[in-house]
Design a protein around this ligand. Sequence first.
Ligand code: ZN
Length: 261
Amino acid sequence: MSARVYRTTGIIIKRHKFGEADRLLTIFTADCGKVRAIAKGAMRPRSKLGGNVELLTHSQLVLARGRNLDIVTQAQALDIFLPMRDSLELMSCGFYLAEMVDNFTEENVEDRDMFGLFLDTLRGLSETGDGERIVRYFELRLLGHLGYSPQLQKCANCNNTLQPETNYYNPAQGGVLCRECGYPDMSASTISVNALKVLRLWQRSDVDTASRVKLNAELTREIKGILRYNVRYVLEKQLKSIEWMDRLANGNITLEAPLSK
Ligand SMILES: [Zn+2]
């Protein structure tokens, strides 16, 4: 195999129609980070590539380096996360994860920890069927991976030990604030004792442990608000797939996926 050709596994995070029958893919690979590549003829009915380069498929790939874009020469699906694929709600969570990975990574920069987190999270979605907890866990771990792990043990402002009472949360301050620091902070939201406990646990657990934490509807809503606030603060924009995911969660179903054209 020449140096121009390389083998890796990767997860398809974005795809576009390209010319008559080709697809332009964005692939988050284990060995080379995010890569953009053409899958020639992938839209033809009998293409060998087609089904192996679907969105949110984990595939074994052989790619050839091109001047601008790489070319997918072989693809073999390793996991299509079938239970996730069978549920619109779980697929919408998958799209949201893919959009976050796309937004938070650079092209051609190897990031094995991020790849491992993404793959584990997709497996978790598929195996547990619980989009809500798995997505929240991913958001928290992603923040940590990017160097924005929220301070959850002590007040992010005065460093005092947090009391077991309703405290405050402000991503711009780096995490949880004690009552004295948080109350006057107009951009801080409140955080309950239980929400803080869950975030602390998730910060140091794997996806299986995270998915076993029991959350009632109120706690679910609270944690979702806090983590979304934090992700939006770091990303400085709202992701497209959030709206789609919310519409599905509210029973307002549409079949049109946001990342596929
Ligand atoms: Zn404080």
